[in-house]
Design a protein around this ligand. Structure first.
Ligand SMILES: [Cu+2]
Length: 278
């Protein structure tokens, strides 16, 4: 390879990568609609730092290819390790990685911290292949669920124990989540079968739904509108259609919506006298 070829090859790589990155970054994230801007900042910082290192490394590579090109009578230089150099690049890399790590741990701690007291609580249960959404109703308490009571035919997707008094006013729906704008939303995430992942791209919310445990996260929706809910964990053949909608409403519209959707159809409590039938 000639000197010029080596140099042009290195430079072309850098230019192509920078152009392609700029092109894909125009809309690589859907518009942010929550209070989680710090996640976007962390991603941008990571991209800028790793991007600069990438560009510097390639420019150095191009320079070395150009400067030390083979020629008549050239002798290859050879040396074995360089302790100072190795310590230096390990330490510098470690410092940068730790900065990212501590920032990420702080973000994670915020997202998984206890939700504010005035948060609207909603439960989302992943199930092949739907999101079952539940609000606790006026009593603020979710009714008990029991895996043995799960019955898709009667649409008791989460196995709600209808004899539990707390279950009486639970509001249930499938694939639609309603939240008031500007108020913290605390989400309880569960699964009845395999691992799913509750993903709200516009809100920078992505949390696995694990069978046998309840995971929690909270955020504040900032802009009214309808947004996509996706499943971000390949959970089976119907994964692609495991889609829902998050509707962010004004606080008044939200209250009205919950009343409209009403509690789950009540069932006669166990032991109560049978209704007369003719
Ligand atoms: Cu899924």
């Amino acid at each position: 390879m000639s000197k010029l070829q080596g140099l042009s090859f290195g430079l072309a790589t850098v230019v192509l990568v920078v152009l392609a990155t700029g092109y894909f970054m125009r809309d690589w994230l859907p518009p942010l609609k929550s209070d989680r801007g710090a996640i976007d900042e962390a991603m941008a910082a990571t991209l800028v730092v790793t991007g600069l290192v990438f560009i510097a490394t390639n420019l150095l590579l191009a320079f070395v290819a150009w400067r030390y090109e083979d020629h008549e009578g050239a002798k290859a230089a050879y040396w074995h390790d360089n302790t100072r150099l190795e310590i230096a690049w390990t330490a510098v890399t470690a410092v940068i990685m730790f900065a990212f790590l501590f920032n990420a741990l702080k973000l994670w701690a915020d997202m998984t911290s206890e939700a504010p007291r005035d948060a609207v609580v909603v439960e989302v249960t992943g199930q092949q292949f739907r999101w079952v959404v539940r609000y606790p109703g006026k009593d603020g308490a979710f009714g008990k669920t029991d895996a043995a009571k799960v019955d898709v035919d009667t649409e008791n997707y989460i196995g709600l124990d209808k004899s539990d008094p707390d279950a009486k006013d639970d509001v249930l729906m499938v694939n639609d989540v309603y939240l008031p704008v500007g108020k913290p939303a605390a989400v309880r995430i569960r699964s009845t079968d395999v691992i799913h992942s509750f993903f709200l791209p516009n809100f920078r919310v992505k949390q696995d739904a694990l069978p046998g445990m309840t995971t929690k996260t909270w955020f504040i929706p900032k802009v009214e509108g309808d947004y996509e809910i996706a499943c971000a964990e390949h959970c089976g053949l119907g994964h692609y259609k495991m889609k829902g909608q998050l509707h962010v409403l004004s606080p008044d519209a939200f209250e009205a919506k919950l009343v409209e959707l009403g509690p789950a159809a009540p069932e006669a409590p166990a032991g109560s006298p049978n209704q007369a039938s003719e």
